[in-house]
Write a protein that binds this ligand. Sequence first.
Ligand code: 3PG
Length: 330
Amino acid sequence: MRLEHIALAQTSILQFFKSLTFKIMAKVLIATEKPFAAAAVAGIKEIIEGAGFELALLEKYTEKAQLLEAVADVDAIIIRSDIVDAEVIDAAKNLKIVVRAGAGYDNVDLEAATAHNVVVMNTPGQNANAVAELVLGLLVFTVRNFYNGKAGSELMGKKLGILAFGNVGRNVARIAKGFGMEVSAYDAYCPAEVIEAAGVHAAASQAELFKTCDIVSLHIPATDETKGSIGKALVGSMKQGAILINTARKEVINEPELIALLKEREDLKYITDIKPIADAEFAQFEGRYYCTPKKMGAQTAEANTNAGLAAANQIVGFIKDGITKFQVNK
Ligand code: 3PG
């Protein structure tokens, strides 16, 4: 074989391998209005680029138009509470997968995704401890009168009711027991034996949980069934001096009913990590209402890293090997 033939053969082989690389090349976008910790972004970059993919970053965006522009040529998106609706999915012509780095995926239009053959996944459990720690932190802050110097009370011996015994609820129970609280839980989808096995009293109903506990902590997702379900009937049945704490979703609260109750009962407190729609109205209950300035539950370096890296690995696993574990729109 002449030298020029060998060179030609080498070029063709190279071109063949290049075309293979091109086939698995994918562009992944991190779209986070509330950014991940820097360590999490660095970890995601390592996984995505290590797989031979390209990573793009859109953080702290203020307009939907910025998101629509950023998704135009991407194959995959990693989001947090960012809204991925039909318009976003439609604008992302190459989109194959959206991973919500976190538990709740009510911010993604699953129907639109399915209609466009886009796989949607979450990363369950990855930020559960962070949310649970915030619950107990907010409770200490509340029972100590928001650190205003006046004598407060302690959590030890108080009855804590956990509504929904998923990853966050279980972590709340574990930490609350460390505080010496009496912990009960109710979960329509979790057998009482599982709750009891965790050393937690299994309440027979939501109604019992609210009626018998000093504090109720919400850990239900926002679904058609739960939206607006926490209102007068349940909260109104709570004991004198009761606290309702919400680190789940604002949509589960019947806000007009809760506002009316707070007006009626000066002993009630509402603490939340998610700004209500009627935030300005709730603000009148100073000393009995507190909302974090920004949703803080999952906002730790550890949770960002756990959820972000899981999201990146799930994208690589899906694009390279078709793994659909954690798909929520099956
Ligand atoms: C979740 O569903 O995982 C939490 O609500 C976290 O939301 P965030 O990523 O916007 O902080």
